[in-house]
Design a protein around this ligand. Structure first.
Ligand code: B4P
Length: 199
């Protein structure tokens, strides 16, 4: 069973690694960024509200993303062998809500893998993606700086939350994508073994 959170700053490689991991393990990839972009493209009321926040580099309100994640967890609560959460939780309130949701489903997290990279690398990666994919929140340097500011202020405390629960595993997010992927899988194997030993 792999119930994993991939955690880290904007541009650190959460989305990149989550796609590889979920394809290899055959489990759902739940990305709040991707879910919000679908709402934006569909022009829903939720999408319009989300777009206003995303275009300014702000976080979307907790209640909106918590409801989206709960829907996805319930949809995949069919005895499948876990999930990877990418971009959620991004606030301590979201982390607490996740614990409650999983508790209601009789589940708990197995590991939180935090990827780290220097800020200069994050800014360079996001700028590259902005040129390639034309994501509006990647194109404007002021918006990228706002996202990094939100991470430092609101998201980084989530790391302490999980460290306190003994779930946090910190990995270097710089280097070859495949090597980082291998390290994530090794880390999850180790976490699963420790988990079984302590159960
Ligand atoms: P996200 O879609 O989650 O965007 P992100 O944090 O910038 O990271 P992402 O996963 O896309 O990038 P990755 O690191 O994979 O969020 C977008 C916005 O949605 C947020 O700003 C917020 O407004 C809103 N939102 C989402 N979740 C929310 C929540 N829970 N609460 C409130 N609001 C929420 O990769 C970046 C680039 O680096 C890629 O182009 C990749 O190719 C490249 N890359 C990856 N690994 C690399 C490596 N090892 N070497 C070189 N390049 C690499």
């Amino acid at each position: 069973m792999h119930r994993t959170v991939l955690f880290g700053a904007p541009g650190v490689g959460k989305g990149t690694q989550a796609k590889l991991l979920t394809a290899a393990l055959g489990i759902p990839h739940i990305s709040t960024g991707d879910l919000l972009r679908v709402e934006v493209r569909s022009g829903t009321v939720l999408g319009l509200e989300a777009k206003a926040a995303m275009d300014r580099g702000q976080l979307v309100p907790d209640a909106v993303v918590i409801a989206m994640v709960e829907t996805m967890l319930r949809r995949h609560d069919n005895g499948s062998s876990g999930f990877v959460l990418d971009g959620f939780p991004r606030t301590v309130a979201q982390a607490e809500a996740l614990d409650e949701m999983l508790g209601r489903l009789g589940q708990r997290l197995d590991a939180v893998v935090a990827l780290e990279a220097p800020e200069s690398e994050l800014i360079a990666r996001i700028a590259r993606r902005g040129q390639i994919e034309g994501r509006t929140d990647d194109e404007d340097v002021a918006v990228v700086r706002a996202r990094l500011g939100q991470y430092a202020e609101k998201t980084r405390p989530v790391r302490d939350y999980y460290e306190g629960k003994g779930l946090l595993r910190v990995l270097n997010g710089t280097g070859e994508i495949d090597e980082i992927q291998q390290q994530i899988r090794t880390t999850l194997q180790t976490a699963a073994t420790e988990h079984n030993l302590s159960a």
